[in-house]
Write a protein that binds this ligand. Structure first.
Ligand SMILES: Nc1ncnc2c1ncn2[C@@H]1O[C@H](COP(=O)(O)OP(=O)(O)OP(=O)(O)O)[C@@H](O)[C@H]1O
Ligand SMILES: [Mg+2]
Length: 374
């Protein structure tokens, strides 16, 4: 432990180790991207775009699957802008109930609705002269979209129940893991708002498309968790690294981060003990790239396996969302999309070829596709 050195949360180990663990800071610009790890072309390209757009006030749309690092990029944009000394305010459109979202964004006056016992300042006002990170913008309800459009065009709005027009100076960075263009075609997202938000899109590639970043990320997270847990880890077995490079990472970097946290907990000695069962099934690798249907089928099997292993506990530190490296709400909407629901004990009927163990939930779990077809 005494050989570990920590600089700004970054862990360094001596050069002489068999397999040197080192943290990597990407190097597009001097120290500009501390905490963003990886040197592959895809990430470098995204960071170059961050550098270009950050000093402007342009609205940025960060696109990418869950856990790819969209929020990290949004913060980097803020940190590299002239607004860096001002607040970076975040709002997640998916996690706030739609009835409350309008008042969270724009605030309300006292008495605007039942329970509005005091005036409330919304996130747009809190972010004044700073940056507002509109996370999961694809989940913004249709009825709120015109009001957001007006702010993005004229930078003005009224608090709920208010008559005074409030002017703000806010830089907006939005993010989504949805295909907004498709949502526009399906009339679930306004086209005028789409064009306003999509001024400067930055795509963050999924981890499976940039396996060259995995080694650096593993080293970085091992360093972070080892320091936090006061462990000294100096070796990562080559077979484990290879398994991690080959895995498809449906939960992307967040899933890798969670796996390494578990691995460090499981490693009392100097060798990292990676729970290989978690990375040896590679659902996405078995399917053709554009075979969405079989990808979904395989994704479904993988999610189902984790749900079964966590006894259908979705949230919490030991829940399926944490295992998969996703937000609880992201997993819940994925489950809905994939038609995955917890099997009801009384509804269990063994499909042919499946021998129930007890006729109960355990039996339902042993036949993993049951309940998912509902
Ligand atoms: N390149 C990276 N280097 C270091 N850490 C990373 C990197 N990319 C992502 N992470 C870490 O992975 C986790 C997920 O990242 P982040 O929250 O930015 O993802 P996201 O795309 O916003 O996910 P979601 O869509 O689920 O909200 C965070 O803990 C973040 O610090
Ligand atoms: Mg996010």
């Amino acid at each position: 432990m005494d050989r570990q050195v920590e600089h700004d949360g970054i862990w360094e180990a001596p050069e002489s180790m068999d397999e040197v663990l080192h943290s990597e800071s990407t190097s597009v610009g001097e120290n500009a991207f501390r905490g963003i790890v990886g040197k592959g072309a895809a990430l470098r390209d995204a960071l170059r775009q961050v550098e270009v757009v950050a000093p402007t006030d342009a609205t940025v749309l960060v696109l990418g699957e869950t856990g790819t690092g969209k929020e990290l990029l949004a913060r980097a944009i803020h940190d590299q802008s002239d607004r860096r000394e001002r607040p970076f305010v975040k709002i997640n459109c998916a996690t706030i109930p739609s009835a409350l979202l309008e008042s969270e964004l724009f605030g309300h006056e006292r008495g605007a609705f039942t329970n509005a016992v005091a005036q409330k300042i919304g996130r747009f006002e809190l972010a004044n002269r700073g940056t507002l990170f509109l996370d999961e913008v694809g989940e913004l309800p249709m009825e709120l979209q015109p009001k957001l459009l007006r702010v993005l065009q004229d930078w003005e709005f009224e608090r709920l129940g208010g008559t005074r027009t409030i002017k703000v100076d806010v830089r907006v960075v939005a993010a989504t893991n949805r295909d907004l263009a498709q949502m526009v075609r399906e009339r679930r997202f306004r086209d005028d708002l789409y064009y306003r938000v999509n001024v400067f899109p930055i795509q963050v590639a999924p981890l499976r498309e940039r396996p060259e970043d995995i080694e650096a990320l593993v080293h970085y997270f091992v360093g972070r968790f080892a320091a936090r847990m006061k462990r000294y880890i100096e070796r990562i077995p080559a077979a484990s690294m290879e398994a991690m490079r080959r895995y498809s990472w449906p939960g992307n970097v967040r899933e890798l981060e969670n796996l390494i946290e578990r691995a460090v907990i499981l490693s009392p000695g100097p060798t990292l003990e990676v729970p290989l069962a978690d990375v040896e099934r590679r659902p996405a690798d078995c399917a053709g790239d554009d075979d969405t249907e079989s990808l979904d089928r395989l994704r479904r099997m993988h999610v189902l396996r984790i749900l079964n292993e966590t006894n259908w506990m979705v949230g919490g530190r030991r829940g399926a969302a944490a295992r998969l490296g996703m937000h609880r709400t992201t997993l819940q909407s994925m489950m809905k999309r994939l038609g995955l629901a917890r099997p009801r004990e009384d509804a269990f009927r063994a499909p042919p070829g499946c021998v129930p163990r007890t006729g109960s939930r355990a039996a339902a779990r042993s036949c993993s596709t049951h309940g998912a077809n509902a």
